[in-house]
Design a protein around this ligand. Structure first.
Ligand SMILES: [Mn+2]
Length: 306
């Protein structure tokens, strides 16, 4: 598949929503691992917009169930503006996080764009965690465990209103893949809101191929597909450089198949790459694996497919 795509890389160097420091170095690690060159090799025209700037991480305990809420809002506002501007310009934004709280800014921008253009939105959430906590359910107060809930309208005013309409998205638009760690109260809330989750047990039982067929079903030419790729989606044996490793994730081959099937849909129009933590990595191994997978996401396959 050859498509010329106009891609913009947006760095958001912060770990403001995370429970471990270090995801703030993610954007640079992805650059060092050759993300731009890999995308160019797939036929994309790439502009690196550099890094957004926001408040430093004050590393404080939670208040009202949220850690660093004012700083989280500041970073997400920056991300929202930057992602929205690229979409308005007809380009594909790739958000290089940064921790996963930044998906609130990114996906609220995508949702706003889709509302204005009359497009349907599908969000694929590749992650070990459901990220569906609220301030009353969360054990930690870390906002990187809350972005899906915030986007669906459950969260602090400043975050749920970020995209100009509340809720920014419906839980019905979300498909989660690779989930294997959900907090107790969060589990009940996921069921209550009827989030569609393809957890690791499901993938074990039916295989990645069928799980992805279901996750990508019922899209059409008018669908904007957003992929939110939390690097902790991957099995930690190949991707140790994340703050919250959970054993039993997709293997290297399963992850590639997942990416290749997304690519085959031809509908991906925006992407987050988040939670890469170089402080916990081994010689940038996890960033290199992530770039390798992004190549599959942009159509690289071993053999030509008819
Ligand atoms: Mn996540």
């Amino acid at each position: 598949m050859t498509r010329l795509r106009q891609v913009s890389l947006i760095g958001a160097p912060t770990d403001i929503g995370a429970g471990a420091r270090g995801a703030s170095m993610g954007p640079e690690a992805l650059r060092v691992a050759g993300l731009a060159a890999a995308l160019q090799a797939r036929g994309a025209q790439v502009e690196d917009r550099g890094n957004l700037q926001g408040p430093v991480n004050p590393w404080l305990p939670p208040q009202d169930g949220y850690r660093h809420l004012p700083e989280v809002v500041a970073w997400n506002t920056q991300v929202h503006t930057a992602v929205y501007a690229e979409l308005q310009a007809g380009r594909m934004p790739i958000l290089m996080g940064g921790d996963h709280c930044l998906a609130i800014g990114s996906i609220s921008a995508v949702a706003r764009h889709c509302r204005e253009r009359g497009k349907k939105l599908r969000v694929l959430w590749l992650d070990a965690h459901a990220d569906f906590n609220t301030n009353t359910l969360t054990p930690s107060g870390n906002v990187h465990g809350m972005p899906v809930a915030c986007l669906c309208g459950f969260g602090p005013q400043a975050l749920i209103e970020l995209g100009g309409a509340t809720p920014a998205i419906s839980p019905k638009w979300v498909r989660q893949i690779g989930i294997r760690s959900v907090d107790e109260g969060e589990r009940r809330f996921v069921h209550e809101q009827d989030l569609e989750v393809f957890d690791m047990r499901f993938i074990d039982e039916v295989g990645m191929r069928h799980a992805m067929e279901l996750a990508l079903a019922t899209m059409d030419a008018n669908t904007h597909l957003h992929v939110s790729f939390d690097v902790d989606f991957l099995d930690p044996s190949m991707a140790p450089g994340v703050g919250t490793t959970v054993p039993g994730g997709p293997t290297y081959r399963e992850a590639h198949l997942c990416m290749e099937m997304i690519s085959d849909s031809g509908l991906m129009a925006s992407l987050d790459i988040v939670e890469l933590n170089p402080a916990l990595d081994e010689r940038n191994k996890t960033a290199l694996v992530a770039v390798d997978l992004i190549e599959s996401l942009f159509g690289k396959s071993t053999l030509m497919r008819k």
